[in-house]
Structure formats: C-alpha cells, structure tokens
Design a protein around this ligand. Structure first.
Ligand code: NAD
Length: 329
C-alpha cells in the first residue's frame, strides 16, 4: 500500500522515537511536520542532531514550539494534516516524582490541547504515546489490554492513563479515532541519555561504576525502536474501530543483570557495579502480550535484544556522537 503524500504531524518529533518515525515516514514518501519545543530535559544538541539531516528535505517541516500554547499551535500549524502522532511529553518515571505538577501540565493539559487542536482542524486519526507504566504493579503478566486493573505507581504513569481516557472522550464525542500505544522500554540508536541502556553504556565507555538498583532481578520487556516505529505506522492506518489501546512490546523479558551482561559482551568491557536500594516508582517487571497489536495491525517485533544492543553500541561509539558527548561535558 502506498501512502505517498499523506500528511502527518508528529509532536515530539525531535526526540528519540519521534525522529526515527520522521525518518521512516520520509523514506516512505509521507509529508512530515514536526512540532517540538526542544525542552532541555536532556542535552538539546542530541535533539538538534536527530533532526539536522532532515531540515532541507522538501517534505519535512520543523516547527519549534510548545503544545501548551494553543494560540501558537493554531497560528503555526496551518495544516491540513491527515494523521496526528502525539509523542511529545515529559518522559521519565523518576523525575516525575520530583516534579509531578509539571508532568500533569505537559502530559495531560498538553494532550487535551492537542485533542482540541485536532478537533478544530478536523484531524480524524490520533495516535498517542502511552506507556507500559500504566500497568504499574499489576502482577498478572504478560500484561494484556483487556486487563483493566491498572495500578500505576508514578505521577508519569498516571498522566499516561489520563491521556488514554481523554482520548476515549474525544473519540466518543467528536469522532476522532484514537489509538493509545503502550510502549515498553524502547531502546536503540538515539535513545534518551536518562534511560538505563544509554546511561550504562556511556559509563562502561568511560570506565565509571554502574549503579544497580535492587538485586538485578527486575525485568523489562525491551523493545527496539525500529519495531516501535513499525507499530506506530500500523496504528496510523488502523481504521477498525474508533478507540483502541494497544501494547507495543517485544513479548520477552530481560533481567537487569542480563541486560548489564549483554552490555559487557557487546562493549567488550567488564562492568564495575555499585549496588543501591530499589527506587520508588520503579516497577518489578514489565512484560507485554502483543497479540492485539499483531491482530489489529500486523505488528511483529523482529529485533533480538543482543542485535538491538549492538546497533545502539554502533551509534553511541560513532564519531559524531562521541563528539557531541565530549562537547556536552
Ligand atoms: P524524548 O524526550 O526523546 O522525546 C519527546 C520530545 O517531546 C522531546 O524532543 C521534547 O523536546 C518534546 N516535548 C516535550 N514536551 C513538549 C511540549 N510541551 N511541547 C512540544 N514538545 C515537547 O522521549 P521519547 O523516549 O522519544 O518518548 C516519546 C514518547 O513515548 C513520550 O510520550 C514518552 O512518554 C513515550 N514513551 C517512551 C518510552 C521509552 O522507552 N522511550 C516508553 C514508554 C512511553
């Protein structure tokens, strides 16, 4: 199927996942507009690097601005757009515990602003980045969307639950099809520096001690960013029902100890580990049942963990990223 010329607005498109999505959509012939406020949650030079190669592309438009500013959105984003992919958010579980109100503002009011924007502009397909964290400490793994017992344990997770629920309201009242995608720990090239694989990888390169929270038995369903992008594109074209919430994971779990061992093997360095107590807000395990995504839009994660870590390592040790990291220090 060709979607050449389809107009897509991506919020947060200068970030980790959004910039990969933009690259893939441009390669497939879509027209891409990115809205991003380049917030300094992590070093902005990474975000500038993520978008630099597209700035001269004739089918790519970058708009720097905040989704909380409705007047700006209406003025700067004239459209029309066929599909809106809303990835912009304050991300990160631990910082949300320090600053819960800012997370609420950006992720809940920001999402509602954007739903209002979609309504005003007549955008009928809205894909939303939710998170596996909505399941929280629900012990019934693998987690299924049909399990309505959400037990979030961080302010960040609660903002994602709120986003999903707002989406239901707008799909019901205003006919905006809303697909909430619950991403499970995404990793790969351009991964956010605050996330464990990136943080630990850099520490290994610099010979620093790695902080290990807990005894290493916590488990994560790590999902390669290229697989997530395929899932997002599937959701962009889903038309079966007005509202869905769908897991995008890898359907396999890796313990923290195994993750560190894989990094050691791929980086060719032995880790020095500093054991620390478990962190509040961290869940013991995440594990996705992905059969719904497979049934609805043919989602099939293909990247084994080791291969994904190798691709991350190649990016982290590339000359341009070494230079960026050096300049940031
Ligand atoms: P990221 O921080 O790299 O990207 C988010 C982008 O949104 C950033 O470039 C940021 O500048 C922008 N942004 C933030 N607030 C904004 C605002 N008010 N207005 C305009 N732009 C704004 O994060 P990511 O890892 O690419 O995550 C993308 C989405 O996926 C987020 O919604 C995140 O919560 C969700 N998610 C990510 C993961 C993961 O493992 N990376 C897991 C679950 C869910």
């Amino acid at each position: 199927m060709t979607h050449s010329g389809t107009k897509v607005l991506i919020t947060g498109g200068a970030g980790f996942i959004g910039s990969h999505l933009a690259d893939e959509l441009l390669a497939l012939g879509y027209h891409v507009t990115v809205l991003d406020n380049l917030e300094p949650f992590y070093d902005v030079s990474f975000k500038r690097q993520n978008i630099a190669h597209n700035l001269d592309h004739p089918a790519y438009t970058f708009v720097e601005g905040d989704l909380l500013d409705s007047a700006f959105l209406n003025e700067a984003l004239s459209g029309p757009y066929d599909i809106l992919v809303h990835l912009a958010a304050k991300a990160g579980v631990r910082p949300s515990i320090e600053n819960p109100v800012a997370y609420q503002e950006s992720n809940v009011r920001g999402t509602q602003n954007l739903l209002e924007f979609a309504r005003a502009k007549g955008i009928s397909q809205f894909v939303f980045a939710s998170s596996s964290s909505v399941y929280g400490i629900n012990p019934n793994v693998p987690w299924r969307e049909s399990d309505y017992v959400l037990q979030p344990i961080s302010p960040y997770a609660s903002t994602k639950v709120s986003g999903e629920l707002l989406g239901h309201v707008y799909s019901h009242l205003y006919g905006i099809r809303f697909i909430g995608l619950r991403f499970f720990t995404v990793y790969g090239p351009r991964q956010r520096p605050d996330l464990a694989i990136h943080k630990f990888g850099r520490m290994l390169l610099e010979g620093r001690e790695i902080p290990m929270f807990g005894d290493g038995s916590t488990r994560r369903d790590y999902t390669f960013v290229g697989d997530i992008v395929q899932g997002i594109i599937g959701a962009m074209h889903y038309s079966g029902s007005p509202y869905e919430v769908v897991n995008l994971g890898n359907n396999q779990t890796v313990s923290l100890s195994e993750m560190i061992r894989t990094l050691e093997e791929v980086f060719g360095t032995e880790a020095r580990i500093k054991r620390l107590p478990e962190q509040p807000g961290d869940v013991p395990q995440t594990y996705a049942d992905v059969s719904k995504a497979a049934a609805l839009f043919g989602y099939q994660p293909r990247t084994p963990f080791r291969e994904g870590v190798e691709r991350f390592h190649a990016w982290l040790t590339s000359q341009e990223i070494r230079q960026l990291a050096g300049a940031a220090r």
